[in-house]
Design a protein around this ligand. Structure first.
Ligand code: IPM
Ligand code: MN
Length: 367
C-alpha cells in the first residue's frame, strides 16, 4: 500500500534502490471510491513485469479527490500541480464522491489537469476480447478493435459560455464549442500517425451537417492531414457512427473526433467490449512537454467501493497504455495479453481474484 502523506503533497515512497537500466517516475493518484482498489492492482502488475524488461518505476503518491476536498477544501493546489509536472507519468484511479457537488472535481481537477498539462489527446481503445459478456455476441473478435482519438482540451469542454438573468424566466445559459485550427490539427495529426501505424484507415466522426462552422474546420484539416500522412480518410456523422459501432464495427480502426462526441462514443465503445470496467484511457501530451495522465474510463463507483468487486481491468490496461507511452512497449504488451488470457479463462469474481490471476500470468513470464 502507499504510505500516508500530508494533504495534497506528492510523496516519494522510499522503496529499495533498483539496478534497472531505466527508471520512470510515476505519480499514483488513487482518488476516491474504487480508484485506490483498481490502481493498486495496476501498480502490482507494472511492478511484476518491470524487472524482466529492465526498468523500475519510482512511485510517488498524491491524495487528491473528493475525500481530500471534503477534508481540506483543496481541489488542485498550484504547488501540487507543479510537483506533478515533475513526474514522467501519472496513474489516476477515479475521483468523485456523492457529497461533492457536480463540476467541482470534474472541472477543478480532471479538466484542469488535461488543460494545464496540455493533454490534448484522449486515447481510448475499444477491443473485444474473448470471454467478456455484454452486447458483443455477434461480432468476431477481430472485427471490433478500434481506437478513439478524442480531442481533449477544446470543444464544449473549454469552459466558454455563461449564465445571465439567473433565477428569472429569462435565465439564459450558453456553452460554446471552441475549435482552433492549431488544436484540431495537432489532434488529427496524432490520429493520422496512429492510423498509419495500424491499418492506414482514419475516420473523422462529427456532425458536419448541423455543426457547419466547426464541422467545416474539422473536415478541411482532416483531409489535409490525412493526405500528408498517407492514410485513407472516411467520414461518419456521430449518430450514424453510433449505429455502425454496434452493427458493423469493422468499419472503424482509428476514429478522430471532438471532445464531447469522443466522451459519448467512448462509453458506447466500452459497452460493446464488456463494459466500463474494461475501458482504458490515456490523456496524452504527445509533445512530451509534461507528464501524461492514464486513467480507467469508469468513475469512482461509490456503490461498489469497499465490496472487493471492482473490476481492475480498465486500470491495468490504462497502466499498459502508460508503459507504452514511456517506451516500454514489450511490458505494455504483456499487461494487455495478461488481461486477455485471464478473461479467456473465465471472468474473475472479485478484485482479489483478478489480481491473483493477472499476477500468476505476469510473474510466470507473461502469456
Ligand atoms: C471521462 C469522464 C469525464 C469527461 C468527466 C468525469 C469530466 O466522463 O473521462 O470520460 O467527461 O471527460
Ligand atoms: Mn466520459
Amino acid at each position: 500500500m502507499t504510505g500516508e502523506v500530508t494533504a495534497g503533497e506528492v510523496a516519494p515512497e522510499g522503496k529499495h534502490a533498483s539496478h534497472a537500466s531505466r527508471t520512470h517516475v510515476v505519480t499514483h493518484l488513487p482518488g476516491d471510491g474504487v480508484g485506490p482498489e483498481v490502481t493498486e492492482v495496476a501498480r502490482a502488475c507494472v511492478d511484476a513485469v518491470a524487472p524482466r524488461h529492465d526498468f523500475h518505476v519510482d512511485w510517488r503518491t498524491c491524495h487528491l479527490g473528493g475525500q481530500h476536498y471534503l477534508r481540506t477544501g483543496e481541489v488542485l493546489p498550484d504547488a501540487v500541480l507543479d510537483e506533478l509536472r515533475k513526474s514522467d507519468a501519472i496513474l489516476l484511479g477515479a475521483v468523485g464522491t456523492p457529497e461533492v457537488p457536480p463540476g467541482v472535481l470534474e472541472r477543478g481537477l480532471l479538466l484542469r489537469l488535461r488543460f494545464e498539462l496540455d493533454l490534448y489527446v484522449n486515447l481510448r481503445p475499444s477491443k473485444l476480447r474473448a470471454g467478456v459478456g455484454g452486447a458483443v455476441g455477434k461480432h468476431a473478435l477481430s472485427d471490433l478493435d478500434f481506437v478513439i482519438v478524442r480531442e481533449n482540451t477544446e470543444g464544449l469542454y473549454a469552459g466558454a459560455g455563461g449564465a445571465v438573468h439567473r433565477g428569472t424566466e429569462f435565465e439564459t445559459a450558453t456553452e460554446e464549442s471552441l475549435n482552433t485550427w492549431a488544436g484540431v490539427r495537432r489532434c488529427v495529426r496524432y490520429a493520422a500517425k496512429l492510423a498509419a501505424s495500424r491499418s492506414g484507415r482514419l475516420t473523422l466522426v462529427h456532425k458536419t451537417n448541423v455543426l457547419t462552422h466547426a464541422g467545416d474546420l474539422w473536415s478541411r484539416i482532416a483531409k489535409e492531414v490525412a493526405a500528408e500522412e498517407g492514410v485513407e480518410l472516411s467520414y461518419a456523422h456521430v449518430d450514424a457512427a453510433c449505429l455502425w459501432m454496434v452493427d458493423d464495427p469493422k468499419r472503424f480502426d482509428v476514429i478522430v473526433t471532438d471532445n464531447l462526441f469522443g466522451d459519448i462514443i467512448s462509453d458506447l465503445g466500452a459497452a460493446l467490449t464488456g463494459g466500463l470496467g474494461y475501458a482504458p484511457s490515456g490523456n496524452l501530451n504527445p509533445d512530451r512537454t509534461g507528464p501524461s495522465v492514464f486513467e480507467p474510463v469508469h468513475g469512482s463507483a461509490p456503490d461498489i467501493a469497499g465490496t472487493g468487486l471492482a473490476n481492475p481491468a480498465g486500470a491495468v490496461l490504462s497502466a499498459g497504455l502508460m508503459l507504452s507511452h514511456l517506451g516500454e512497449d514489450a511490458a505494455a504488451a504483456e499487461l494487455d495479453a495478461a488481461v486477455s488470457s485471464v478473461l479467456a479463462a473465465g471472468v474473475p469474481a472479485s478484485t482479489a481474484e483478478w489480481e491473483k490471476a493477472l499476477l500468476g500470468r505476469l510473474t510466470d513470464g507473461g502469456s
